[in-house]
Design a protein around this ligand. Sequence first.
Ligand code: 3BY
Ligand code: FES
Ligand code: FE
Length: 424
Amino acid sequence: MDPMSPERLDDPLAGAREATSAMLAQRNPQYSLPQPFYNDARLFALDMQEIFEKEWLFAGMSCEIPTKGSFMTLEVGDNPLILVRGADGAIHGFHNVCRHRGSRLCVKDKGKVAKLVCPYHQWTYELDGRLLFAGADMGTDFDLSQYGLKPIHVRTAGGFIFISLADQPTVIDDFLATLEHYLEPYDMANTKVAVESSIVEQANWKLVIENNRECYHCNGAHPELLNTLLEFDDTDDPRATAAYKAQVARKQADWDGEQVPWQLKRFGKRNRLTRTPLLEGTVSMTMDGQPGCRKLMGRLQSPDMGSLRILHLPNSWNHFMGDHAVVFRVLPLGPQQTLVTTKWLVNTDAVAGVDYDPDELRKVWDATNDQDRRLAEENQRGINSRAYEPGPYSATYEFGVIDFIDWYSERMQENLGHTAPHLK
Ligand code: 3BY
Ligand code: FES
Ligand code: FE
């Protein structure tokens, strides 16, 4: 709903909007943000209104709702949402809010239904959101067609589901076309979630993303991940060594042979796709670097695909390897609380206990997520101090963080109505 609509009280955030815009206009782009961006309740409310309710978000994978009536739910701030596969095979997205008196409609995380039935008074909706049945006598004038579920925007590509709560979302077709192309070798329709985890971090969502956008901390923090991950963020990385560049060139020739895309692609600062090699002699982000699943994904013939890294700001990073993929979704819960959901994907034909051991598959990223959680939480505690002031990012090690904060600042300013930046 429009926050300025006549059905709302005066905008309690009016002052915060002005102050936020002024802080962004004055910020030093080489430095971390002023304290309120990381811990203030009003600024968090603005993040939800201006970023999470206006930008495209990663919601989940199409394979999680594979057949007619399969649904999943999620919450974007105060907005409960439902994604459901319709009779037409398409994925529909709705506000998970009944049009009778507003009860949350679906309460489970995932499931399968014939119709969407409200648990309060059993108003019943079709999978495409139309109200079919309104129980009690609503009067002869009652027009069912006026009370369908409120839709949200949904786009799918390469097995990813993106949603937008905006009235008119930005156009992301070029990114989606590239994503579809890069995921073609993985046959994402024949993929399943082998295991998933949800953790709550006591840190602002931007600290979770900032932490993910650099590997400056990796040496000190991530022994399991560094069994296989190279610290170079992409092939443009200013730190890339001659040995790394030679390895990249060899692997790119192999990937060309398999007709698997690897070129670095950027869509503004919002999206980046790039395939980078893992540590020489390793093929997957497992404890020993060997495949965690014996059945490879899609049409791949070799497990040695490096990692296809896919970034989607504001809320997702992903690694696609030859044998499995790991996808990450970030959803803010509060000014200093963030939900991080991780899913490990494998070929649908792979059998648990035979082709893969779910407990083994998850080990590296369970350990890494927990290490990153601690780092983000300590970052938050220091930032909350009266002693905190914005500190300098390293252009060599933290260019990804600079890019994220640039993207955030530009989108915030534009969505607040203050500038019209060139980058989406
Ligand atoms: O429990 C749920 O989540 C189901 C039942 C009502 C609607 N929803 C899809
Ligand atoms: Fe849903 Fe009454 S609130 S049927
Ligand atoms: Fe980390």
